[in-house]
Ligand binder design. Structure first.
Ligand SMILES: Nc1ncnc2c1ncn2[C@@H]1O[C@H](COP(=O)(O)OP(=O)(O)OP(=O)(O)O)[C@@H](O)[C@H]1O
Ligand SMILES: [Mg+2]
Length: 373
């Protein structure tokens, strides 16, 4: 039987643990054409919430634009166009209208040999600039219809700030979007500071343009039921203690918990009861996939960052400038710890949340502890 635990991907339908309040709020926003920005820590389920909510709204069509690691305006605009062209439930004539709207950008259409989906590229002599944004947004407006209304999703929207002309791009984007009063736009992102800069800074063109929706932890009891149910489909029983421990270890992050449950599934068989004693073997299973990555991380950190990191693993990140922490780490100055923490955050190895420094990847922490590093 296939492993029922899914992680590192958008989950929908049976793989989506209910979060009724958020689905309801987002549904209301969409139906009122209210623009929203969806915020939350990494892997908390933002993308899944958005996709599942829209999936349930049967008549709607989603234009899903992923801005992850976008670096140039050229790339950004291409991603918008690609999202439109590859839209699900797309009605006939979309491609023709796309072409008509952006003919001056000289798009070239072809078919992806593997997926069979249409892809658009641009004549390489054409340099797309922020000025090209209005025409792609006009294109979105032109394919919106009452029968199949659009919802436009910009996921990982914070990465737009990597673009050199991002302020200009944001201003143009905003000036167009505000006239699309019958299209709901959803912006999602996880780097809190960057999303805040875009939506809550009075100097930003997006200031007060959208309502916030915060995605926190799943309801623990509900999620534990969901996970236990998945185990039971393979005739396995997981003890409440272990489920609880998994939640704690992963700070309630659903993607990480599902990854751990997936490993517990792999090391167990039909009819098994899975207990705390099975945890080390499951972790070994995770490490087998990830330890190369951990080693790479260790090879790029300085000696002092390494000391701080291993102490964080051992003593936790509530008070990293305390005497006890300094003693554990062997770093003499609190100010040096601060510098190291900032570097580790910049490298996305740790992050600061609810009063403590945490590992982005809880399994990296478990690995450091298991190696007694
Ligand atoms: N409602 C849910 N039910 C069950 N698992 C979930 C749910 N939401 C998220 N997950 C778990 O978390 C993982 C990540 O979900 P998703 O990609 O939606 O999160 P995200 O917040 O968009 O993450 P990122 O910050 O990486 O973009 C999923 O693959 C799944 O394992
Ligand atoms: Mg996401």
């Amino acid at each position: 039987m296939q492993n029922p635990f899914k992680y590192g991907q958008i989950v929908q339908a049976d793989n989506f643990c209910q979060r009724q309040d958020l689905v309801q709020s987002l549904t209301d926003y969409i139906q009122r054409n209210q623009n929203v920005y969806v915020q939350g820590e990494r892997r908390t389920g933002k993308s899944s919430l958005i996709c599942e909510t829209i999936r349930r709204l049967k008549t709607y069509r989603m234009v899903y634009i992923d801005s992850l690691e976008v670096k140039t305006i050229n790339d950004f605009i291409k991603r918008i166009v690609t999202a439109i062209v590859s839209m699900e439930r797309s009605s006939g004539g979309v491609l023709e209208r796309v072409f008509k709207n952006i003919a001056h950008l000289r798009p070239v259409a072809s078919v992806d040999p593997i997926s069979g989906l249409p892809v658009l590229s641009f004549d390489s002599s054409v340099q797309l600039t922020p000025d090209s944004i209005p025409s792609v947004l006009d294109m979105i407006e032109s394919i919106n219809s009452k029968r199949h209304p659009l919802v436009v999703v910009f996921d990982e929207f914070q990465d737009i700030i990597n673009i050199r002309d991002f302020k200009e791009a944001l201003a143009i984007l905003r000036s167009k979007i505000q006239f699309h009063s019958d299209i709901p736009y959803i912006f999602a992102g996880s780097v809190r500071k960057d999303m805040d800069g875009i939506f809550n800074d009075p100097d930003s063109p997006f200031f007060k343009s959208s309502l916030p929706l915060y995605v926190g932890e799943l309801n623990r009891a509900e999620f534990e039921r969901f996970l236990a149910e998945k185990f039971s489909t393979g005739k396995r029983v997981i003890t409440p203690d272990l489920l609880n421990h998994a939640q704690e270890m992963c700070f309630g992050v659903p993607g990480d918990i599902q990854q751990l449950c997936g490993a517990l599934w792999e090391i167990s068989r039909r009819g098994d009861q899975i207990t705390q004693e099975d945890l080390p073997r499951a972790l070994e299973q995770v490490f087998a996939h990830e330890s190369k990555g951990y080693e790479t991380l260790l090879s790029i950190v300085s000696a002092q960052q390494f000391q701080v990191l291993t102490s964080l693993a051992k003593v936790g990140g509530e008070a990293p400038t305390s005497k006890a922490f300094l003693k554990a780490s062997g770093v003499a100055q609190a100010s040096s710890v601060k510098v190291a923490l900032n570097r580790l955050m910049a490298r996305k190895i740790i992050f600061f949340f609810e009063g403590q420094y945490r590992f982005v990847n809880p399994f990296f922490r478990a690995w450091l502890l298991s190696k007694n590093l």
